[in-house]
Write a protein that binds this ligand. Structure first.
Ligand SMILES: Cc1cc2nc3c(=O)[nH]c(=O)nc-3n(C[C@H](O)[C@H](O)[C@H](O)COP(=O)(O)O)c2cc1C
Length: 311
């Protein structure tokens, strides 16, 4: 039996978003052996992450906050998510973006980034607008967050209530696709899902992909390897930790391959190269800025594995 955690983040229990979630749940449960575990975030008490980083230091990677997402891994939301074979978030569009409740939910999934507990879990999202819209913006943002958790994005729905009937049908189809993926997860165990798999999947099958924004951020908009933050940090000798400097060099070396692939449109190679460059960049910044000064722990194995570990 597979369970999909179906999360409603709208304050309106019987509103448009909840009706689309109901259609998705019907689709999910049309798959034999799949049931939905519907969770309404407004029924629970949990606030923003405190940035204490206890979840990184703790080898079990659980949250210490005394609320429904924490309690050392005993919090009800944490438990229900950990035990699921899939995740669906149904969210109203607020301020041209996902709602604060959805943001809170994702932020509190931070411990799973270290444990790898959601890596490869099938996931989907519904963004529901009723006024000006911007439901596609909101869908892309949710997709980005689900990428960050390394879930396997099965699909996203950008719904406007102006086309409510069509959106309901699409929600049902999304539910069915997610239900099938969750059933596979329950029957065969979670698929192995490397960072390279993940970047490539989002680049080809999702409404948001990391490549361009990542390059843009690493080059502060210049889209040239010679203008990267790595290159500037090397030139200015701003990193002091010798191991961090080594990773900075490796990041820059690899990034010099990423950009030409990107410019000639070889997105597969560009993504593969970016995964390597960004893993070294992550490691360099972890060693230089986080390990001793902020977190007090080594970088967990599941988080941005280095190229030779990412398989
Ligand atoms: C704080 C807030 C911000 C909102 N911002 C938007 C918006 O940017 N675009 C939009 O189309 N609707 C917006 N709405 C309307 C909701 O998206 C609307 O409620 C939507 O239909 C979601 O369904 P539900 O509230 O019935 O669950 C907003 C509502 C609230 C409460």
């Amino acid at each position: 039996m597979a369970t999909v955690l179906a999360v409603l983040t709208s304050g309106r229990r019987q509103g448009f978003t909840s009706r689309l979630l109901a259609a998705a749940v019907a689709g999910l449960e049309s798959v034999d052996g799949v049931s939905a575990d519907v969770l309404h975030t407004h029924d629970f008490g949990f606030g923003p992450c405190d940035s204490c980083f206890a979840c990184v230091r703790d080898p079990a990677h659980v949250c210490v906050l005394d609320d429904d997402f924490g309690r050392g891994g005993e919090g009800e939301i944490f438990q229900r998510l950990q035990n699921a074979n899939g995740l669906l978030i149904a969210d109203p569009v607020h301020n041209w973006s996902p709602s604060a409740s959805a943001r809170l939910f994702i932020e509190r999934c931070y411990p799973f980034i270290w444990s790898g507990g959601l890596r490869g879990m099938p996931a989907g999202s519904i963004s529901c607008a009723s006024n000006q819209g911007m439901q596609r913006e909101a869908m892309r943002e949710l997709c980005k967050w689900l990428f960050g958790l390394r879930t396997r994005y099965v699909g996203g729905l950008d719904a406007h209530v102006a086309q409510f009937d069509a959106a309901s049908q699409q929600a049902s189809a999304l539910g069915t696709a997610l239900g099938k993926a969750a059933l596979r997860d329950a029957q065969r165990g979670r698929d192995k899902w490397s960072d390279t798999d993940c970047f490539t999947h989002y680049a080809t099958q999702a409404p948001w992909n990391a490549l361009e924004p990542y390059i843009e951020n690493l080059t502060r908009g210049a889209m040239m390897a010679s203008k990267s933050v790595m290159q500037e940090a090397l030139a200015d000798e701003t990193f002091e930790n010798p191991e961090a400097v080594e990773h900075l060099k490796l990041a820059q070396e690899e990034f010099q391959h990423t950009i030409p692939y990107y410019h000639v449109g070889d997105m597969e190679q560009a993504n593969a190269s970016l995964v390597k460059a960004s893993a070294h960049w992550t490691k360099a910044t972890w060693l230089e800025f986080l390990q001793d000064q902020v977190i007090g722990a080594d970088q967990p194995e599941n988080y941005r594995p280095l190229p030779d570990e990412d398989d």
